[in-house]
Design a protein around this ligand. Structure first.
Ligand code: SAM
Length: 263
């Protein structure tokens, strides 16, 4: 059955507030699934399975899936679609509220065509709070993908870029055309992978992210001004960081150094 068949099962219109743009091109779902790069039976966390287009391809590769979907009608459609498949556990709930301590074992992979309204917040939450996830394969708006992967000194570089670089190795994979979705979104989507290494100093990295957020609130100011509540000019100089630099000139490692210095 085609993907559009499953979308047509919806009695209510797709809910724009919940970011419901369903992927109807299974070639794209296949391309995303190839990026998972897991082993047979590896556990996958899928946020927002929708009508199950991506889920369907993931199941073909024999992954074990825990899927969290907020919309009851979609949960019913996906339960019906995969009723004879044991490899999927479907949870009706809000992914922002779910208790992720239930994810045990060292290797989880998160796969999601993220709902745009909550995508960035959810990614930050999972990366900081759920270290058992070691790889993320996510679809986000093109401009979020550019912010995630931006290098210091470029126009898209900001606190999100610092954060993603401190915790993961992020990489833009490919863009997805609007006509691959129903209903069509207004923006271009991009698939990004983020590979996470085991880290011993996560708390320090979270602190570095907090400092970057403060700095980028005044991104046009020099850091001696933007960070004056956090660190003195003398301390910046003692760290070999020029106080006249702007927040966007500091590398993620600089923010980490600042976090260490202000412990
Ligand atoms: N994965 C499907 C696909 O690719 O066609 C659907 C993707 S659609 C962009 C986003 C999905 O996330 C929708 O099914 C929506 O109902 C669900 N969703 C939105 N907010 C959510 C939340 N807070 N927790 C769990 N699911 C959510």
């Amino acid at each position: 059955m085609s993907e559009i068949y499953w979308v047509k099962q919806l009695e209510n219109e797709a809910n724009n507030n919940l970011g419901q743009n369903f992927l109807i091109d299974s070639n794209i779902s296949r391309k995303i699934t190839k990026l998972v790069q897991g082993q047979l039976g590896d556990p996958i966390l899928e946020i927002g399975p929708g009508t199950g287009s991506l889920t369907n391809e993931l199941l073909k590769d024999d992954y074990r899936i825990k899927a969290i979907e907020i919309d009851k009608e979609l949960v019913d459609i996906v339960s019906k679609r995969f009723s004879d498949i044991p490899n999927i556990e479907l949870i009706k709930g809000d992914a922002m509220e779910y208790d992720y301590s239930q994810l045990t074992g060292p290797w989880w992979i998160m796969v999601s065509n993220l709902p745009y309204y909550v995508g960035t917040r959810l990614l930050v939450k999972l990366i900081t709070e759920v270290p058992v996830i070691h790889r993320y394969v996510v679809m986000v708006q093109r401009e979020v993908a550019e912010r995630i992967t931006a290098e210091p000194g470029t126009k898209n570089y900001g606190a999100l870029s610092v954060f993603c670089s401190l915790f993961t190795e992020p990489k833009i994979q490919f863009d997805v055309n609007k006509n691959c979705f129903f209903p069509e979104p207004k923006i271009i989507s991009t698939v990004v992978t983020l590979q996470r290494e085991p880290l011993e100093d996560s708390d320090l990295r979270i602190k570095a992210f907090e400092i970057a957020k403060v700095a980028f609130q005044q991104k046009r100011k020099k850091i001696r001004t933007a960070l004056k509540e956090i660190i003195t000019e003398d301390k910046l100089i003692s760290l070999n960081i020029d106080p006249n630099l702007r927040p966007s000139n500091l590398t993620p490692d600089h923010y980490l150094e600042l976090a260490m210095e202000t412990e």
